[in-house]
Structure formats: C-alpha cells, structure tokens
Design a protein around this ligand. Structure first.
Ligand code: RB5
Length: 151
C-alpha cells in the first residue's frame, strides 16, 4: 500500500458496520491512518448524514480521500456526489477502481456491503489509494464535471 499523507476518512450506515471495521483493520495493518466517522453499531441511521460527515473531512482539508459504505453503495454515493468538491465513485471491480483515479480523479470510493465481500473491497481500496490522476486530456473533463455543481 502506498503511504498516505493524510488519514483516510471512512463512514457507513447501519448496513455496513462490520464491513467498515474490516476495511479499517486492513488499512491499519498497512500503516494507513483512519478517521472513522461512524456509524458504530446496527442502529438505523440515514446514509446522507454519514456522507455529509465524511465528505466534510475532505472539504476542510483533514483528508484527501475517503471511503463510504451503505447496503448497495448507491444511496451513499448519490449523497456524496451532491456535495461540492466531491467526486465519489461506486466501484465493485478492479477496472473501475483503477480508472476512476486515472481519469476522474475520484476522491471518494463507495461500496455496497450487501453486494461484494471485504476481500475484494480491500483490494479495491489498495488500488484506489495507489493510483494517481493522469491529468492531460482528463483534466479539462474533470473541470467541466466540477462546474456542473454550479448549474
Ligand atoms: C439501508 O437499509 C439501505 O437502504 C442503504 O444501506 C443503502 O443500500 C441505500 O442506498
């Protein structure tokens, strides 16, 4: 795992607590600092609240990258992408996790805890935290993408 300059912010709703704990253990084993924004038990919570708490860590400079988890990964990724400055990618395969960094400069990766296993998710986290944005022709596209948040 590539060393990270800032802690990785992570959060989940009630569907993803055990899943999140396994991702946190994987990150710690690889000497990556983690900022766990909850939730911490199976009591029902609303995924937009978790997305907001985690994405705030990126927007206030505490973290450069974050991980979000809900049952499908859909609600929490939709929520994150409503927040200015956030490029959240729902990735359940190797190719998407790699190319969302190379081409989209994604700063949040999202998972569905009811969709994939944690073994695969840990591999995808590793790719996500290792690959770098390619820039070049993708830079103007990402700029256009970010301008959509002002429409
Ligand atoms: C919670 O039951 C579930 O709806 C949520 O985790 C997520 O799958 C929503 O997109």
């Amino acid at each position: 795992m590539k060393p990270q300059s800032k802690p990785i912010a992570i959060g989940c709703d009630h569907a993803g607590v055990a899943f999140k704990n396994e991702i946190i253990a994987f990150l710690k084993q690889n000497n990556v600092a983690v900022d766990d924004c909850g939730c911490y038990n199976n009591d029902s919570v609303d995924y937009p609240d978790i997305a907001e708490a985690v994405c705030k860590k990126i927007n206030n400079g505490t973290s450069d990258k974050a991980i979000l988890i809900c049952g499908t990964g859909i609600g929490i990724s939709m929520s994150a992408n409503k927040i200015k400055g956030i490029r959240a990618a729902l990735c359940h395969d190797y190719f998407s996790a790699k190319y969302t960094r190379l081409h989209n400069d994604a700063n949040v990766i999202c998972f569905g805890a009811r969709v994939i296993g944690t073994g695969l998710a840990c591999e995808l986290v590793d790719i996500f935290l290792t690959e770098e944005f390619e820039g070049g022709r993708h830079a103007a596209r990402v700029e256009k993408l970010m301008n959509l948040q002002n429409k």
